[in-house]
Design a protein around this ligand. Structure first.
Ligand code: NDP
Ligand code: 8X3
Length: 254
């Protein structure tokens, strides 16, 4: 029997944006495939969704695991209509000469390679069916530089350019691509970035009203629910209390 419900595959659904995106699509009647490394959180989320949900304990850095998970999708969850490449992280906020190289590698492996693995693995089913939509979660850090963003921002610049290039390849195959680029948003992002230092993380959101996960879920759902005669290339969203810094001029350098 052919299932007519729409299906969304979300990476990093155990927290923050990914969880809110899963809840939003579910509320709109979509079937969800939720993934992430923390199994208990996936199970709790799944139990609270109204529509069929398939959960996968998945580390996006592992290509074999991504391939196996996509091959093993139950029929009712294929072909995937929308892939949301959300899994990602920042680690540290130190200057480039002080940073731990393993943190850089982990960001590259997750934010770039993990996103590529999921995209490349799921795209063929969209192409075969003749429609689909890839939504990548980039960041304002992919465009606006700030101290300590070094490799994190560069991975998101990759996401931005890859999204555009992907669209260039796939326009003739009726696959839409959107890069959503949030700014200051309150999730577990800062706690991860500061390696469990809750005080430092809380300080990032002190006395401002940051973007909420539901705001990003709204943007993702809006982008994929536009009529097919348009493609939303990019959406950049900052917190109301956030803007661009002036250029930095350091005086006295020889
Ligand atoms: P969270 O830390 O709350 O969520 C990150 C999610 O990514 C978790 O579900 C985590 O799941 C998952 N994840 C991390 N590493 C892996 C991995 N190797 N394999 C699979 N899943 C992984 O942060 P956000 O919700 O804020 O972050 C989501 C995305 O949004 C990221 O790409 C981030 O860069 C981006 N972003 C965040 C902003 C912010 O200010 N919060 C602003 C702009 C962009 P688990 O640990 O269970 O694997
Ligand atoms: C997260 C937003 O400004 O912390 O991507 O880099 S920022």
């Amino acid at each position: 029997m052919i299932c007519t419900a729409k299906k969304v595959f979300i990476t990093g659904a155990t927290s923050g944006f990914g969880k809110a995106i899963a809840q939003r699509f579910d509320a709109e009647g979509w079937y969800t495939v939720i993934s992430g490394r923390r199994s208990r959180r996936l199970e709790t989320l799944k139990q609270n969704l109204l529509n069929p949900c398939h959960s996968i304990v998945l580390d996006v850095r592992n290509l074999d695991a991504v391939t196996a998970a996509v091959c093993a999708l139950p029929d009712v969850f294929t072909p995937v209509d929308v892939l949301v490449n959300n899994a990602g992280l920042a680690l540290g906020m130190m200057d480039a000469d002080e940073v731990c190289i393993e943190d850089w590698e982990l960001m590259v492996d997750t934010n770039i390679k993990g996103l590529l693995y999921c995209t490349r693995t799921i795209l063929p089913q969209m192409v075969k069916r003749g429609s689909g939509h890839v939504v990548n979660i980039g960041s304002i850090a992919g465009y606006w530089p700030y101290p300590g963003s070094n490799v994190y921002g560069a991975t998101k610049a990759f996401v931005r350019q890859f999204s555009l290039n992907l669209r260039a390849d796939l326009v003739s195959k009726n696959i839409h691509v959107t890069d959503i680029e949030p700014g200051l948003a309150e999730t577990e992002f800062s706690e991860v970035r500061f390696k469990g230092d809750k005080k430092k993380a809380a300080d990032i959101y002190r006395d401002v009203s940051p973007i909420k996960p539901d705001d990003i879920a709204d943007a993702v759902f809006w982008a994929v629910s536009r009529p097919r005669n348009i493609n939303i290339n990019r959406i950049e969203i900052m917190a109301g209390a956030q803007a661009f810094s002036p250029l930095n001029i350091v005086r006295g350098l020889k």
